[in-house]
Design a protein around this ligand. Sequence first.
Ligand code: G1P
Ligand code: ZN
Length: 546
Amino acid sequence: MSIQTVATTPFAGQLPGTSGLRKKVAVFQQPHYLENFVQALFDVLHGNAPAAGQTLVLGGDGRFHNRAAVQTILKMAAARGYGKVLVGQGGILSTPATSAVIRRRGASGGIILSASHNPGGPDGDFGIKYNATNGGPAPEKLTQAIYERTQTLGQYRLSDAADIPLDTLGTHVMDGMAIEVIDPVADYAAVQRELFDFAAIRRLFASGFRLRYDAMWAVGGPYAKAIIEGELGAPAGTVVNAEPKEDFGGLHPDPNPAYADDLIAHLMAPDAPDMGAASDGDADRNMILGRGFIVSPSDSLAVLTAHATKVPGYARGLAGVARSMPTSTAADRVAKALGIACYETPTGWKFFGNLLDDGKITLCGEESYGTGSNHVREKDGLWAVLFWLNLVAATGQSVEQMVRGLWAEHGRCVYSRHDYDGIPTEKANALMAELRAQLPSLGGQTVEGQRIAWADDFAYTDPVDGSVSQKQGVRVVLEDSSRVVFRLSGTGTEGATLRVYLERHEPDAARHDVPAQEALAPLVTLARTLARIEHHTGMAQPTVMT
Ligand code: G1P
Ligand code: ZN
């Protein structure tokens, strides 16, 4: 075995976004494409020095191209002189499990192969991202430096060793580097066991409580099977669509009302189970349902915050809570009642990292079906499900009762997100520019019969490192505190997506059952008029409403 040096040419456009580098599989299959990115990453991390003595964690969500990419990265890590790579069996590691392994094993970082909830298969998407030694996504200055390095790269290095058998646990040596094929679930399960009352959840299942967990043919399956059916004794068949498939069964592994329609149908049926749940492609997102009842992610964060001390891992109380700006203010209301801080961050999990590392918050979440805590540095789908199960076991209340309890105490934050997908990028940029240009004059205006109190473009100063993030979304807030938020997605791979977030606080319990789209209709009209959505996009209706 020896180390080869391969000449390459830089690729334009390898800009990693907030969630790493995401492209079509065909792009990643181009010769040298993945290699360029990995070499740039290693160069930025280690300069000219070898990564001697360092441990790297490696795995992915099992989508098409995962195995080939794992083999390539192992050979490049060996060439870079890493001491050890911990790779998940079958090349599998969910995003939260990677974070857990990095933290528990004291690794220097980890590489996650995933395009999250984006479709997989040969025509789908692939992605790669790096997590640092705290287990969290690389900070922007690192991703920017990687990008800059990809622009000048002239060569990369890799071992010419044979592929490693990934399907059996064991250790191997490649050009002096140790490779350990690890159980992808073990470290992750150990973390959950320390947080939740497994005995109480076991009793809940033993008493006949029924859960339907839809793993969406993605990487959450093996974790949910091992923990929920294996350790917690839920009956076989509780976890469905559990086997990770390279193309996620041709479906869109995103747990929300648009793509988890099969799960919703089961929970709305006359013989529905007590609770429903789903996780996405890389198992960091979650969706929670009660019997005949859908829980909004913003409400989920608020319920977990309100009841956290009933869970052993959070029994001593929460330092604080954080939500992304477009997420509803339900968690703020609970935090206020508890007397703890609530932080409002820009969209994207990385903004929670400093707050968690600095001990300012314990729980955090986003409206986009992401919830998590200081146990790892990623959102964690199965963690959220275990949290809900623990609360059902501890309170004896149903999922619906807990959400209704939240509404009764704090009012209901009626909420919806409307997405307009596949807009040509220039048109989406023009829409946002026009909206931003109006900002100075919006306060005090009445539009579509609704009086605007104030409007701005959200900017965030990180309370830990003082860094400032500008232009994080246009907020239009009415006098009754209702609001509309506009921003463009940063994670798409084709064209632009406009996200319109709608929130209205309803204190009147008699109106809590008005369907969200009906309650929010005046705000939708306001949003369409203000941003001239149809004029700019040609779309009279959103593509997806969640
Ligand atoms: C979306 C979500 C955001 C989440 C991100 C990664 O980003 O809106 O909350 O952190 O995916 O899962 P967006 O496409 O809106 O930039
Ligand atoms: Zn994900």
